[in-house]
Design a binder for this molecule. Structure first.
Ligand code: HEC
Ligand SMILES: [Ca+2]
Ligand SMILES: [Ca+2]
Ligand SMILES: [Ca+2]
Ligand SMILES: [Ca+2]
Length: 223
């Protein structure tokens, strides 16, 4: 795509998304161009539109020749690979062609002495989580400090101890996801917390938005 036309295109896309009632993902990069946003893409730097992850470890097959899940692709993986060569082993079929063959071996070679992945990009507060809170939780948690925090405007508040009984032992960020998913936040908006049931209510969070907050928590709440 011509760079000069990109701002126009993205402004148009933004308008379309807003008109459709969907909130755009702010960290909207698709580095490998396979149609899956980096935040969700289990091989964020290699095109794998089907997202197959046969061993379910978070790295898609296409970037996961680490067969023993040691964190590095080395001789031990080659040994395992040799044992399933010319079989239909789903985990060693890195390109998901239906057969484990020389093409898959070349992918082992590409990753030799490297880690698998990279998988999905971890969301950050500034680029990903904060815009969602600022959109859905204002003004109560952007300026009013309802419930003792402004997670929609103040990063540090994510780490405060939560007070609500449904959040015992958790911080405010973890509590935010619980309260979103139990339908009690955003307060008074009529959300159930189930994105499928809430799809017609723009005050509620979409499945993608809940996923982003979950991944931000799982990733250690990076700023
Ligand atoms: C209309 C105002 C309003 C909106 C919008 C709102 N909240 Fe709240 N929130 C409150 C109030 C009032 C409390 C304190 C009473 C309670 O816990 O129910 C609260 C409490 C909380 C708590 C508990 C904090 C603690 O220490 O236990 C969390 C977490 C929370 N809100 C998250 C959110 C999130 C996330 C959103 C947006 C998705 C949101 N809220 C939207 C008013 C609001
Ligand atoms: Ca992608
Ligand atoms: Ca990919
Ligand atoms: Ca995998
Ligand atoms: Ca194959």
């Amino acid at each position: 795509m011509n760079c000069n036309t990109y701002p126009l295109y993205s402004a148009t896309l933004l308008t379309v998304l807003i008109m459709a009632g969907a909130s755009p993902l702010t960290h909207a990069a698709d580095s490998d161009g396979d149609g899956i946003n980096d935040l969700f893409d289990n091989c964020s730097q290699i095109a794998n539109p089907l997202q197959i992850d046969a061993d379910d470890d978070g790295f898609g097959n296409r970037c996961d020749p680490d067969l023993n899940n040691s964190g590095i692709v080395n001789f031990a993986d080659v040994a395992i690979f040799s044992g399933v060569y010319l079989s239909a082993d789903p985990v060693a079929d890195f390109d998901s062609s239906g057969a484990v063959n020389f093409i898959d071996f070349s992918l082992v070679a590409d990753f030799y002495l490297s880690p698998p992945g990279p998988g999905a990009v971890i969301p950050t507060y500034t680029a990903d989580a904060q815009p969602i809170f600022a959109d859905k939780c204002a003004p109560c948690h952007t300026s009013l400090g309802s419930g003792g925090h402004n997670i929609g405007s103040t990063y540090a508040d994510a780490f405060l101890d939560a007070n609500n009984p449904s959040c015992a032992g958790l911080n405010v960020a973890q509590c935010a996801l619980i309260r979103i998913q139990n339908g009690s936040m955003p307060r008074g908006a009529g959300c159930t917390g189930d994105p499928v049931l809430d799809v017609g209510n723009s005050a509620c969070l979409s499945a993608d938005q809940q996923f982003i907050i979950q991944a931000w928590i799982d990733g250690g709440l990076p700023e």
